[in-house]
Design a protein around this ligand. Structure first.
Ligand code: ZN
Length: 329
């Protein structure tokens, strides 16, 4: 069995913290795969017994770098609505080609993005000298990607680039979306023991990678202001930006209970519902726009197909038919 642990020092953790950490809330990737889906989900640690949830410290970052746990980090500091970085996640067929094109385009602007490998594609990171407003980061990247004709997830496209920060700003008590923190072990990848993904710009050691990230040129506030002057976020992406990370009650239900969210890829939130493709419709090759199924955000046990599929049909379509109740005689 492979062991992905590496030696990580306190000063490496400090560099990482300075570059990537926007706020002290964080998520952890589960070390064990979900029994139904085989996926390693991320979860946020909950407050216990009246205490505040644990805040991200250097020790935890050091464990992440060492490969003992895997962090997810948030893009927005809720007090300032700012981020130290933009990350563009591309995970689809030929995603890497799109990312390299985007990297090239950004370089023409005088930006020096860092490209991190991932499963099928990668993450392109852009760093700022001073934390930048999430809204401004997003305007810049959306316009650059659209100028190149690159697919952006949301607004009807199920696959495409995902841009972090995913929200323009956070409301009270919100966290927005977390992204897998770089340089750690990705537990879902390749083999059950996990896998590390590196940045292309440096040798594949923690020290070389962090030194590279420290010296990568950061975008100044003046440059960013120049790029986005007179621009706003395209209308079709504004609603998408409101989609929170994951349904609030997802992890509170027992693992063996049927959870529709394990089987439906949620594309967006409309009002009080998550919207996705109905599995029963999909089995009949219908609902190609992926918006027939509505799942209650507050109570994800409740869902309905607007085309009229019954709960029984949907359960059969996902391979988890409803068991008839057995009565004791
Ligand atoms: Zn249906």
């Amino acid at each position: 069995m492979r062991d992905h642990r590496l030696h990580a020092t306190a000063s490496m953790a400090e560099s990482f913290y300075r570059i990537f950490v926007n706020r002290r809330a964080y998520t952890l990737q589960s070390t064990r795969p979900h029994p139904d889906t085989g996926r390693h989900y991320y979860y946020r640690l909950k407050a216990r017994g009246g205490e505040a949830p644990p805040a991200l410290g250097l020790e935890t970052v050091q464990q992440h770098l060492a490969g003992e746990l895997t962090l997810g980090i948030y893009a927005i500091n809720p007090h300032t609505q700012r981020s130290k970085w933009v990350a563009i996640d591309a995970d689809y067929k030929n995603a890497l080609v799109d990312l390299v094109n985007l990297q090239h385009e950004l370089q023409q602007d005088g930006v020096e993005p860092a490209l991190e490998k991932s499963n099928r594609g990668g993450h392109l990171w852009i760093f700022f000298e001073q934390p930048a407003l999430a809204r401004d980061c997003r305007v810049y990247i959306y316009h650059t990607a659209l100028r190149l004709g690159l697919p952006i997830k949301g607004a009807g496209l199920p696959e495409g680039l995902e841009i972090f920060p995913r929200q323009d700003e956070l409301g009270e008590g919100e966290f927005g979306n977390a992204i897998r923190a770089p340089l750690g072990v990705h537990r879902g990848a390749r083999e059950s023991r996990g896998w590390r993904f590196w940045f292309y710009g440096a040798d594949y050691t923690l020290g070389d990678q962090l030194a590279y990230l420290c010296r990568v040129q950061k975008v100044s506030a003046a440059l960013l202001a120049g790029y986005i002057a007179g621009k706003t976020l395209p209308d079709e992406f504004v609603q998408h930006a409101k989609r929170p990370e994951a349904p609030k009650h997802y992890f509170s239900s027992p693992a063996k209970e049927f959870r529709i969210l394990d089987y439906v890829h949620v594309e967006r939130q409309v009002g009080r519902n998550w919207i996705g493709r109905c599995p029963s419709c999909a089995a009949a090759n219908r609902d190609r726009s992926g918006d027939n199924l509505a799942i209650s955000v507050e109570a994800p046990r409740k869902y309905i197909c607007w085309a009229g599929c019954t709960k029984e049909m949907i359960r059969i379509a996902v391979g988890r038919p409803i068991q008839e109740k057995r009565y004791e005689l």
